[in-house]
Design a protein around this ligand. Structure first.
Ligand SMILES: CC(C)(COP(=O)(O)OP(=O)(O)OC[C@H]1O[C@@H](n2cnc3c(N)ncnc32)[C@H](O)[C@@H]1OP(=O)(O)O)[C@@H](O)C(=O)NCCC(=O)NCCS
Length: 157
């Protein structure tokens, strides 16, 4: 199981009333709309790969663990503008990494954010991530970075 200490130890005051779970059927239209709005990865969307953060019935944010043949990829992370800066993004990432049982990567144009969560840049990654990186370089043009969680994986758990 993945060790989440680096993320959870830095968690700011936890908001009360927040629930982290798989998306309900009703959330799905809004998730797709926000993925388009924030220009996030919309390829091969599948609701079972997502974690959402909700307050009651209100969707505040979401993220995804995209399955590749050789690895998982953290992607499509977003928090609604009015709810940013409250640790929701960090907690969604922690929830997603809690389910990881193989190498996980992120291709991102905001490496400074993920560095705060304990991710580090890597130059070594499998073909699926190379393909994603090439696609991002074409679309973003802004020099995306590939990162991995700095915490180690424990084997045999
Ligand atoms: C990135 C995003 C998910 C962060 O969500 P969040 O809930 O605000 O994140 P957290 O509350 O966990 O962390 C907020 C902290 O990160 C910092 N932060 C946010 N974006 C950052 C960035 N691009 N670079 C560095 N730090 C950043 C904030 O300044 C804040 O710092 P503070 O705690 O010192 O005030 C949110 O800004 C978002 O939805 N952005 C648009 C979509 C996007 O870019 N997704 C990532 C695609 S790889």
């Amino acid at each position: 199981m993945f060790i989440l200490t680096s993320i959870l130890n830095e968690e700011p005051e936890a908001e009360t009333g927040l629930k982290f779970s798989a998306p309900a059927a009703d959330d799905w239209v809004e998730i797709r709309r926000l993925i388009g709005l924030f220009r996030l990865d919309a390829d091969d969307l599948s609701s079972d790969q997502f974690v959402v953060c909700k307050n009651g019935e209100t969707l505040l944010g979401f993220g995804r663990l995209k399955r590749h043949p050789e690895c998982d990829e953290l992607s499509s992370l977003a928090v609604l503008r009015n709810f940013r800066g409250r640790g929701i993004g960090r907690r969604i990432v922690a929830e997603l990494l809690g389910a990881v049982d193989r190498p996980v990567f992120i291709v991102t144009v905001i490496p400074a954010y993920f560095a705060r969560l304990g991710f580090v840049e890597t130059k070594s990654f499998p073909l699926s991530i190379k393909i994603k990186l090439a696609g991002c370089e074409t679309v973003c043009g802004g020099g995306p970075t590939v990162m991995i969680p700095a915490a180690k994986f424990e084997t045999g758990v």
